[in-house]
Every structure is written in structure tokens, then in C-alpha cells.
Design a protein. Sequence first.
Length: 121
Amino acid sequence: MDLAALQRRLAAFAAARDWQPFHTPKNLAAALSVEAAELLEIFQWLTPEQAAEVMADEGTAHRVRDEAADVMAYLLQFCEVLGIDVLAALAAKIDRNELRFPRKDGVPREPSSGASDASSG
């Protein structure tokens, strides 16, 4: 399933419950932040070694997958409401980061995917 299909499915889910009035950019950004914090909470007191193994425990893995899905759902809804093409925005951000943080080996970066004309962020 592609991102546009997921965005349509999320929009239909919200519409069927009359949630659109609550899906403002501010509310969606806040919900995204809360869900990201819930993902972080899983890792809060783990050592780096424990964090690297978090998916080995099915109960914890299930929580990580659910929270990651919640983060993605709110990000997609946020982007939908504001008309952001999240893939183009990400590609453009990577392009800018490649220029801002050049490779240590001095090898020039590969040619852009053409997304550098996407809106900046």
C-alpha cells in the first residue's frame, strides 16, 4: 500500500467519525508529539544494548510497532491537512542535508533525485 492510499484511508476513518473539525494542524502536531513521546517512553531507561534488542521481546515489539504506526498516522494526517507531499519534502531535506553535511571522504554526493524543488522545511 502506498502513502497516498494510507492517507485516504486515514481521512475516511476520521470522516466516518466526524473528527475532521479536530484535525487542525495544531492538534495533529500535538498528537504527533504525544505519540512520539509514547514511543520514546519504551526506550527511556534502556541501555543502548537493551534498546538494540527491543524487538526480540514480542510484547515490547508489539508496543514499538503500534507507537511507530501512531506516529506515522498522525504525520500523514498532518501532511494531508497542510498539503505537504511528505516524500518530496523528505527528499528535498536529504538534498539540503547532503550539501550542509558533506561526506567525510570528500566524494561528491550523487545527483539529486529532482526533489530539490519541493517546498523547504
